[in-house]
Design a protein around this ligand. Sequence first.
Ligand SMILES: C[S@@+](CC[C@H](N)C(=O)[O-])C[C@H]1O[C@@H](n2cnc3c(N)ncnc32)[C@H](O)[C@@H]1O
Length: 308
Amino acid sequence: MIVTAPGYHVPVLLKESVDGLQINPEGIYVDVTFGGGGHSREILSRLGSKGHLYSFDQDADAEQNIPADEQRFTFVRSNFRYLRNWMRYYGVEGIDGLLADLGVSSHHFDDESRGFSFRFDAPLDMRMNERDGLTAADVCNRYSEEELARLFWLYGELKNGRRLANTIVRGRADHPIATVNDLITLVRPLIGANREKKDMAKVFQALRIEVNHEMEALHDMLDAAISCLKPSGRLVVLTYHSLEDRMVKNYMRSGNAEGKVEEDFFGNRLSPLRPVNNKVIIPDTDEQERNPRSRSAKLRIAEKVELE
Ligand SMILES: C[S@@+](CC[C@H](N)C(=O)[O-])C[C@H]1O[C@@H](n2cnc3c(N)ncnc32)[C@H](O)[C@@H]1O
């Protein structure tokens, strides 16, 4: 039976993603995005007494979902970009599979106090790890117009990124941006009423990705995953926007973010990973209806190749 943390987060493509790990009951697995623990609990349900699961989350709130399974489960309160160091710390020489379910959880969007959602007024924070780094308000107040335009364009895919950036820079000169409502008041006039929800979500997504350095962390984690996986070990990744999906796709095909495939003298491909599903897996209409937050999900699976 599949058990999930009620109210915290509904896991996406739960069966398909955990099936993708091809679990060996005695193997060592890593869930780098523990959240509500839905995927972790499903992995644990398929492990025997000698298997082990290490689950990462940088957000303290996730700790409330830690299962009582000390023998087979270790929670790592850290950014997943430090995966390799943590595996070394725990004396793990190779892992049989890694699952990543990227981004934030429903808990983040539903928490009225953390500034992830434009539905609630709160300090404009958006840090998953509240112990570290710039808040979204700091980004809005300190970044240059050029830097703001780049992040709205790149991480929000907003065509009017330049105008948004210019409006923020002019607005903050009168009144520093501190809260969700400060930001909404400034940018709302630039967003068409018929697209308000969609475009506001993109503005917030862009800031969240920047605040949490999500692309850089993903890059570092994928490099670390390649070096930690045993031959035939599985890499399973769920993404929610096109930039991160492109990076995952490139890594799975070529072992690097650029998608550049190295070849040996004879023209054989030298990629450390082999995609298992050439066609991306997405939630069916039933899951999309049950869980609207699954709508943008894309699942990719790859296997570590033993290079000679
Ligand atoms: C989409 S949720 C995962 C939900 C989980 N699969 C479940 O079934 O409940 C993503 C989680 O990963 C965490 N996270 C995102 N980026 C992270 C990073 N770079 N390092 C550690 N945790 C991260 C977030 O705090 C969030 O709790």
